[in-house]
Design a protein around this ligand. Structure first.
Ligand code: BES
Ligand code: MN
Ligand code: ZN
Length: 483
């Protein structure tokens, strides 16, 4: 999708459709005011009559026959909130306008909207007009030929475009059905898409995983005909001896639950279980394209959790790469096993800080709802850095406790620990306490994105399916990373 600046006035803009905004309390932006005057007061009339409330991310479409060069005006509501909400509100308003206009094929669409966060506005528009209907002959959303913005700097446009492409790429990877998205095809697609960027990639196949003692990754993958892979991406934008930030992603390309088989309703969306891995590769793409002056490495543990005569079993004891033995109580608690080995490899490379992203637990959705990610840490300073980046980037995130009492819940009488906690209670936290065992002293933040990374139903500003959540946060984190 081409993104460019427009210097045309609202009245003279010849784009196929233009977008203007109404702020809180039905306050017209300058561009909306101009349109209102050119069209004889129609926007104010709509607001006064109650036909259009101007509520955040709500829209109304006008088809002027005279007064403007364009044939279509979309008016979108955009709440003016606190600075902390700038990114989210911009993204939602832009996304809602774009999604509405994307219902048919269009060439140029021009935004005359004073976004509180222009970069998030550009990203939101690109995301809003891109759908999950990859395999539908008759599309429901049509990405625009060209997206124009008035009043944005070149740097804001470029950054917004890089961010939007990264988020949409992450969404594409997650939305691709599991028959086409398995560990090896994930690696191939990532390498193909990132080729040409200054990123070095390294892949461990099953043979190498065995020689590297990644027994937990291999155990989870054993039930599948698709071989597990560990994909590592290294970007070095700073001095060779500068600290390395590690991004770790859970990449379960399909989670059937294994022998602890999921019921069909819970299994349906389990192509989303590699969203953590897709998030970190999306962020890597943007970090490399922006040439950020930092050193970042991504680690994706890629497996398919399936059922076969060779599946790993309940009661099995796995010796993880870190040497910690784990008793398997539930083969559906596979993500923490994959992450255990993946994070141990990252820590072995001497990374200074680590953040992992994982669709880890349904319990996190019970605790926080479907739009908010759970955040867990072993070092408050690093956690505060991540939470602040999430706020600036417009991703919802909430920190959860890591009291030592939860350690008792994952103790086992036959191995060092077991892979589940105390029934359903505190399930997101016991999963995080399990992960904590595998990062040593490395400052670490775990983000459980089980809810926000994938939506059963569409929102006003984004189609259903993958959301690309936390791609903006990871980029924001890398942008400000000083070690
Ligand atoms: N991939 C799931 C978690 C999940 C659930 C992600 C819903 C997205 C939406 C994970 O592997 C899982 O199955 N977790 C279990 C853990 C339990 C067996 C301790 C869960 O949440 O039920
Ligand atoms: Mn599972
Ligand atoms: Zn899973």
């Amino acid at each position: 999708m081409k993104v460019a600046a427009t210097s045309a006035s609202v009245v003279n803009c010849t784009a196929e459709a233009i977008v203007v905004a109404v702020l809180s309390d039905q306050q017209l932006t300058p561009a909306a005011e101009e349109v209102d005057i050119a069209l004889g007061g129609v926007i104010r009339r709509l607001l006064e009559s109650g036909e259009f409330s101007g509520a955040h991310a709500s829209t109304v479409t006008l088809y002027p026959t005279s007064g403007l060069a364009t044939k279509c005006v979309l008016v979108v509501g955009m709440e003016n909130g606190s600075p902390a909400e700038a990114a989210r509100l911009s993204r939602e308003a832009a996304g809602a306008a774009a999604k509405k206009l994307a219902a048919k094929q269009r060439g140029q669409v021009a935004f005359f909207v004073p976004f509180p966060s222009p970069v998030a506005g550009v990203c939101g528009a690109m995301v809003g007009c891109t759908g999950q209907d990859l395999y539908r002959a008759e599309k429901k959303l049509f990405p625009f030929g060209e997206l124009l913005f008035s009043g944005l700097t070149d740097q804001q446009l470029v950054e917004g475009q890089v961010l939007g492409q990264a988020v949409n790429w992450t969404r594409l990877l997650v939305n691709t059905p599991p028959a086409d998205m398995y560990p090896q095809s994930f690696v191939e697609q990532v390498q193909a898409t990132l080729s040409g960027l200054p990123i070095r990639s390294e892949v461990w196949d099953a043979t190498r995983l065995a020689s590297e003692n990644c027994q937990a990754i291999l155990a989870v993958g054993r039930g599948s005909v698709r071989e597990p892979q560990l994909l590592m991406l290294h970007y070095r934008g700073a001095a060779a001896n500068a600290p390395v930030l590690a991004l770790v992603g859970k990449g379960v390309t399909f989670d059937s639950g294994g022998l602890s088989l999921k019921p069909s309703e819970s299994m349906l969306d389990m192509k989303c279980d590699m969203a953590g891995a897709a998030t970190v590769v999306g962020a890597m793409q943007a970090i490399a394209r922006m040439q950020l002056p930092v050193n970042v490495s991504a680690y994706c543990g890629l497996v398919e959790n399936m059922v076969s005569g060779d599946s790993y079993k309940l009661g099995d004891v796995i010796r993880t790469r870190a040497g910690v033995s784990v008793e398997v109580h539930n083969t559906d608690a596979e993500g923490r096993l994959v992450l255990a080995d993946t994070m141990h490899v990252a820590c072995g490379h001497g990374v200074r800080h680590l953040i992992d992203l994982a669709t880890l637990t349904g319990a996190c959705m019970v605790a926080l709802g479907r739009q908010v990610s759970g955040v867990f840490t072993n070092q408050q300073a690093w956690c505060d850095t991540v939470l602040q980046a999430a706020t600036r980037a417009g991703d919802w995130a909430w920190q959860m406790p890591m009291y030592s009492l939860y350690n008792d819940l994952i103790s086992s009488s036959v191995a060092d620990i077991k892979n589940v906690g105390d029934g359903r209670w505190g399930g997101a936290i016991t999963a995080a306490k399990f992960l904590e065992r595998f990062v040593g002293d490395t400052p670490w933040v775990h983000v459980d994105i089980a809810g926000p990374s994938f939506a059963e139903r569409p929102w006003n500003w984004i189609d259903g399916g993958a959301s690309g959540c936390f791609v903006p946060t990871l980029i924001e984190l890398a942008r400000n990373y000083r070690g």
